[in-house]
Design a protein around this ligand. Structure first.
Ligand code: SF4
Length: 230
């Protein structure tokens, strides 16, 4: 690499670092006054937090909010969930997509957790051995239960990051090193849980798929998508 190219890449890196810092600050500030409030965000136990995240898979948050507390009242622990009657659990999940399959996989997961002493493991490798736990849910457990600075990188977070910082390199976000690194960088802050929620709330309320409200967005001055649209 020539000296000129090296200086250019160093400059680009510095600009990206500054942009990242500004992104974190602006989203955190926006979240203080616009963040959503859901019962699983006040959960006391790891079980309650993980159940909230499992129920949110492929399901709108307001739908989950409608039955989350009923779910916990009926199944307050991994132990009770592992012994659930499958038909009864299906009835509780009837408003959720793929409810039959999800009832089965919740029982399978709870049984696996009980087989390993009633605690979720604290490493990605061990978590991903559990039934129904993929890359996203392993990250969710690590950040929500063990305080690790892991991103909740789903299609919604990916949309915000790509619009602000530029497009992914691979079709599947699970295998895209650029998006994975970027998302992990975004949550390298003291409160990684809130940093995740902030981006997800912005994606849900402002940076929507079809009609992003760029005029209301705290990121408008940083955003590649918004600058191209004007
Ligand atoms: S400025 Fe518009 S496109 Fe960019 S992050 Fe905000 S809402 Fe999304």
């Amino acid at each position: 690499m020539s000296e000129e190219q090296w200086c250019l890449s160093r400059e680009t890196l510095r600009d990206q670092c500054l942009k990242l810092q500004e992104f974190r600050t602006k989203v955190a500030s926006w979240y203080c006054s616009h963040g959503r409030d859901f019962p699983w965000r006040h959960a006391d136990t790891s079980y309650q937090r993980v159940i909230g995240e499992l129920l949110l898979q492929r399901t709108r948050a307001r739908v989950v909010a409608g039955f989350y507390l009923d779910f916990l009242a009926e199944y307050p622990s991994w132990e009770s969930l592992s012994r659930a009657n499958e038909k009864d659990l299906q009835g509780l999940l009837r408003n959720v997509g793929l409810w039959r399959r999800r009832a089965r996989s919740l029982i399978d997961l709870a049984s696996a957790v009980m087989d390993t002493g009633g605690q979720l493991p604290d490493t990605r490798a061990e978590l991903e051995k559990l039934p129904g736990i993929g890359q996203y849910m392993a990250s969710a457990v690590l950040v929500l239960c063990y305080g690790e600075r892991e991103p909740l990188l789903d299609v919604n977070m990916a949309r915000v990051l790509e619009r602000v910082f530029g497009p992914r390199q691979r079709a599947d976000i699970r295998y895209d090193p650029y998006l994975q690194d970027l998302a992990r960088s975004v949550v390298q802050v003291d409160n990684a849980v809130e940093a995740n929620w902030a981006v997800l709330d912005l994606a849900a309320g402002i940076c929507t798929i079809a009609h992003p409200k760029c005029h209301e967005c705290p990121l408008v001055c940083l955003c590649s998508f918004a600058s191209q649209a004007t």
